[in-house]
Design a protein around this ligand. Sequence first.
Ligand code: FAD
Length: 546
Amino acid sequence: MRTVVIGGVAGGMSAAARLRRLDHDAEIVVIERSGYVSYANCGLPYYVGGVIEEHGSLLLQTPASLDERFRIDVRVSSEVTAIDRDRRVVHVRDLVESRSYELAYDYLVLSPGATPVIPPIPGIERALALRTVEDVERMTEAVERTPDHAVVIGGGFIGVEIAENLVHRAVATSLVEATPQVLAPLDPEMAHLVADELRRHGVDLHLGDSVTRITESTVELASGTSLDADLVIVAIGVRPDTSLAREAGLAIGALGGIEVDEFNRTSDPTIYAIGDAAEKTDALDGEASLVPLANVANRHGRVVADHIAGRHVRPVTTIGTAIVKVFDLTIATTGWNEKRLVAKGRPFLAVHTHPGSHAGYYPGAQKIALKLLVDPESGAILGAQGVGTEGVDKRIDVIATAMRGGLTAPELADLELAYAPPFSSAKDPVNMLGYVAENLLTGLVDSVQWHEIVEHAGQGYLLVDVRTPREFARGSVPGAINVPVDELRDRLDELDRKDVVVICQVGQRGHVATRLLRDAGYNAKNLSGGYQTWHKSPAATPHLVA
Ligand SMILES: Cc1cc2nc3c(=O)[nH]c(=O)nc-3n(C[C@H](O)[C@H](O)[C@H](O)COP(=O)(O)OP(=O)(O)OC[C@H]3O[C@@H](n4cnc5c(N)ncnc54)[C@H](O)[C@@H]3O)c2cc1C
């Protein structure tokens, strides 16, 4: 029995290697268009920056090492140009010897990945994109010619990683993003923290502006801004590479990826599709989704190998957990964000917290901005986002695990997580999210979000800042009066209304004040995440958005 795999990187090589481990006798052929197999595409931006110094470090395997260990027939610089489903053969073009041949298969696994989206902008031919080792070689050569100024088009994961690495190489770098924020998986108040970090490290950020033309030496923006650009890099997203599948008549899903069933079978049961090219099933609503991430590609590679080998398979739905480093910040997300929940009309509660990465009394604790999204009826965790310099990965990974395990948000409070002062607090930030969620879900408190303040003020709510006068003097939400939490009990007569929004630094003192006011008969709501969330949000700094 012969299995042919198209694409020899994340998904394809996972499928091939697993299949060999399951079936000693299977004939496995991997066809890879580029000159390399099993390369670390996630590491490519760091090679541009010189953080990964050795070219060889990007290459996890070679055709020779794969033959030696797994007896897998890996053919690099070879492209599958067509699939003949009736005869169960693929047409292969050997790009070195310029010859074509047919290769028969019993099973075919498509893992051709995604292609960078190249917008039809005049002059775009000069822009470089990053997908393969050959791409990174071209980009690194261009950086080594010491450009004075680079422009990165696109503020997604790859765009911000490349911008950071160009700065690392001391290249003056502009980043242009058409939407008002970087990193689309984040909500705007979290993305603002990332924009600050990029600016702090010298990236010249242009949000809410788009490229209209690329000349020999500049990039022209819709706003009229002209950016010097010896080097132009385009990273505005990827789209599933479905060319072979389309031509072979396989079903394509509504989102433009190859349609697959729960075992990653395409509309032809002898052909599987995995990785960035294939659609996934979203864990939250069961609908199709696109998740171009390495973990899912690897996992689905294993699923397919198990299915071909006739093993029991657990179908995998996706929650889209992702992480990225932007200079000193770690940014991680899982599940849905608020924008998507709003777009889908799905009700939710949002919790913002700003805990320390570990106990405040132990040196070096760093603030983390966390956001949890919760179903207001069932308490199900819908998503989470974290931004900070330390401990973000751990918290988002714990929440992602809780989501996979079906825990509700209040049950986050029950998790027994490893604690000693250098690592966490006795009540870990994840536990705290659980406590806050439980308080909201049980109606013990009510909260408002940063973008609801104006609306509440318009409805006549009194804004009461319960921080110290010193904190208040350093800045507060416009229109707020200051009554410190410790004096609130004795100064209730200063509140001329029963409807109150309570503001403190991060929401903790606000919780105490909100409880006190509610017991005293006020309709009090706590500002989620406090002034810390509000003053870094677009509500406080609209001038930074566009
Ligand atoms: C610069 C960069 C950084 C990334 N960083 C991260 C990260 O930090 N975390 C993360 O989770 N994900 C990251 N990703 C995404 C991750 O790499 C992909 O999700 C993953 O590699 C997808 O696996 P795949 O098997 O679908 O496709 P790929 O790994 O892209 O492999 C597809 C291969 O198929 C080959 N191919 C295509 N068509 C043919 C054909 N007709 N014949 C023969 N070969 C063909 C291509 O040459 C390619 O090598 C990054 C991607 C890039 C480009």
